[in-house]
Ligand binder design. Structure first.
Ligand SMILES: Cc1cc2nc3c(=O)[nH]c(=O)nc-3n(C[C@H](O)[C@H](O)[C@H](O)COP(=O)(O)OP(=O)(O)OC[C@H]3O[C@@H](n4cnc5c(N)ncnc54)[C@H](O)[C@@H]3O)c2cc1C
Length: 633
């Protein structure tokens, strides 16, 4: 895969930071400097926000070639055998440990080096096959999926694949492929969503050959078992246009080096066997040759790694949704209440329809995005972030609906069900395991901000100087001319009433026509909001969030219709029902889109913000009276 990456690093930041608090300005400048900025192929989703429904970027749905599919099938067959023999997800949940025999068997099968090129000892499989494996793992055991995903989606293999030097690849890929576990260490106690506050620091030695690393990382998944870490640390600031700009650098650090210490293992509501911990670095001597990419490029390494790494989680979520579908439809068919199986009652039938249609959409989005990675050169930032946000949130709802369908049995643990002679269906565990998906690898809120930032980028690139009062008058005038010329052609086109036509199954064509019209409306609304709020638009998170949700639903509609159309045209087992699944999904997505458009027009967001401020300031503390005032110790 060739990933063409340029960043905004040396360019001026396009957002007006003059009225921001120091903390916010720093956070924004650090993340802005690490944004990727140039790609070979356009993004379907970015085009959507510009009002262009580029069906040529979505149709025909990418079909895995036979050779690649065979490699994936063979690997998944191996995985299936290992998981069946060695991985008991309920036992892993109960004990909080993944048996070493399971880890060893997975390592022997190459599961720790799925995408590592063969020449370095890995399996060299495609992103699509990796996503298929993640889906399979996610359907079987969330703890095992997290172990393998943290290792190779965000741990050492992925950044090494993207940015590693030949020397780094030769030194580390074979170890990683053989099963040496790796971890990604960014988060600190004060650094959650905001990397600018990083205190872990690496200072170069006088000869410049090494760095001395000090600091403590929090919630490092695999951290307690890893032999290798990607550690993000601040390094001495660099002068950019006369001002010191904070630098973050990514280092490969070995567990055996003096000064690396696992302080504690952390425990959570779910993912009970996550080897997650606090890792301390005290005067650790790290060779300069272990920097990934370059000094000061750490955040770019992290963000770019996450762009692809983020596709694993939605695939794993789709796997969990598929299991829920089986659980829900089996129970709906066998449980008799009020004279018929509960699946016959409309309330339950609708839940099953929701689960099936949204599982189909998740898979369509995830596989489409994985195929883009395999093709190379595509800008998948938006698609990956949308997949992450959408699939984590949808899987959470699907699991909740599955629990509701199984009701009392959904709430009961698998162990308890088994103890009284019923099947140990682990929906209760699914709830605990799935909640984290909305938090790690970018919280849902941060995903919305990230997507909104990328959606606005074409406008900011064109007219950013116009909106920035700090920009010199000459630059503002140039931006005004540039923007005037562009918008005079672009904006009237957004009102084009002629519907786009689509050569797809007759049931799907109206959904695509709706989506292309809605994309134009979305672009208009975004443009109006930019004009209205100008530089303060970034503060209107609720409004931006609604636009992001609309864009994501439009991407989902397109991917779902494309996949359904392709399955129906190909015939075979998957053809039966694919159109109906897509049709139902589209109706649901259209309803949510309409609701979001209405909500975006209403002016309640500011009132909600004010109420939030009042409550946060403690002025509504009287409402807490009547509840126990126990101290949290
Ligand atoms: C089980 C688990 C595993 C993890 N694994 C790893 C790992 O392997 N490596 C690693 O480095 N980290 C890891 N993390 C950390 C994880 O990525 C962070 O928890 C996540 O980034 C959020 O940070 P935080 O919890 O500190 O929340 P905060 O950043 O403190 O945010 C709190 C809340 O405020 C919201 N928020 C924050 N900023 C804004 C804003 N500007 N606008 C609107 N809302 C905002 C957030 O969305 C969130 O809802 C893990 C965490 C857990 C719990």
């Amino acid at each position: 895969m060739s990933t063409q990456v340029q960043t905004t690093e040396e360019k001026e930041i396009q957002i007006d930071t003059s009225k921001m608090s120091e903390g916010k300005r720093q956070a924004l400048e650090v993340t802005e400097a690490a944004r990727e900025a140039a790609w070979d192929h356009p993004s379907f989703s970015l085009e959507l926000f510009q009002g262009r429904f580029r069906s040529d970027l979505m149709f025909p749905y990418p079909v895995q070639n036979a050779d690649d599919a065979k490699k994936g099938d063979e690997f998944i067959a191996v995985l299936e055998k290992i998981l069946a023999a060695e991985v008991d997800p309920d036992e892993i949940d109960r004990t909080g440990e993944i048996p070493q025999a399971a880890i060893d068997a997975l390592a022997r099968a190459g599961a720790f080096g799925i995408k590592i090129p063969k020449e370095y000892g890995g399996l060299g499989l495609s992103q699509l096959n990796y996503s298929r494996a993640a889906m399979f793992l996610g359907s079987h055991c969330a703890n095992t999926a997290a172990l393998l995903s943290a290792h190779q989606s965000i741990g050492v293999p992925q950044p090494l694949k993207l940015f590693g030097t030949e020397d780094q690849k030769r030194r580390y890929f074979p170890r990683l492929a053989r099963g040496e576990i790796s971890a990604f260490a960014l988060t600190e106690s004060e650094v959650g969503s905001d990397p600018a506050k990083m205190t872990t620091h690496a200072e170069p030695t006088p000869d410049g050959e090494h760095f001395i690393l000090n600091g403590e990382k929090l919630w490092c998944t695999n951290g307690t078992k890893a032999g290798l870490y990607v550690v993000m640390a601040s390094t001495p600031p660099k002068l950019v246009r006369g001002k010191p700009r904070p630098q973050i650098t990514a280092f490969i650090v070995e567990r055996d080096w003096p000064g690396v210490e696992v302080v504690t293992r952390c425990h959570f509501m779910g993912l009970r066997a996550l080897y997650n911990g606090v890792i301390r670095f005290t005067n650790v001597k790290v060779p300069r040759k272990n920097i990934i990419l370059d000094e000061g490029k750490g955040l770019r390494v992290a963000l770019t790694t996450l762009n692809t790494g983020r596709l694993t989680l939605p695939a794993a979520c789709s796997g969990a949704s598929k299991v829920c579908l089986r659980i829900a439809r089996e129970f709906a068919a066998e449980r008799i209440q009020w004279g018929s199986n509960i699946g016959k009652h409309e309330a339950i039938a609708h839940k099953v329809a929701f689960i099936a249609s949204h599982t189909f959409a998740q898979e369509a989005m995830s596989f489409y995005s994985a195929a883009l990675v395999d093709r190379g050169g595509a800008d998948i930032r938006l698609e990956a972030a949308m997949c992450k946000m959408f699939c984590s949130e949808v899987t959470w709802k699907i699991i909740n609906e599955t629990l509701q369908i199984r009701s009392g049995r959904g709430y009961e643990t698998a162990q308890s069900l088994r103890a009284r002679g019923e099947k140990g269906v682990p929906v209760e565990r699914f709830v605990r395991d799935a909640r984290i998906n909305l938090i790690f690898e970018g919280t849902s809120e941060i995903m919305r901000l990230f997507i909104a930032r990328e959606a606005l980028d074409p406008h900011l690139s064109l007219a950013g100087d116009l909106l920035n009062p700090k920009a010199p008058p000459g630059k503002r005038l140039a931006a005004a001319l540039r923007a005037g010329l562009h918008y005079a052609g672009w904006y009237p086109g957004l009102w084009n009433p002629i519907p786009q036509s689509f050569k797809v199954h007759r049931k799907l064509a109206p959904h695509l026509a709706f989506a292309s019209k809605a994309a134009r409306k979305l672009a208009r609304r975004l443009f109006h909001a930019m004009n209205r709020y100008q530089a303060s638009l970034e503060k209107r998170q609720a409004l931006l969030g609604r636009f992001v949700e609309i864009g994501t639903e439009l991407f989902a509609i397109a991917a779902t219709c494309s996949r359904a159309d392709s399955l129906a045209a190909a015939g075979g087992a998957s053809a039966g029902g694919a159109i109906e699944l897509a049709d139902h999904f589209c109706w649901e997505a259209r309803r949510r889109i309409e609701e979001n458009f209405v909500a975006a027009r209403k002016q309640h967001d500011r009132a909600a913000y004010q109420l939030g401020q009042t409550a946060t300031a403690g002025q509504l503390a009287w409402l807490e009276q009547g509840a126990a005032q126990f101290p949290f110790r």
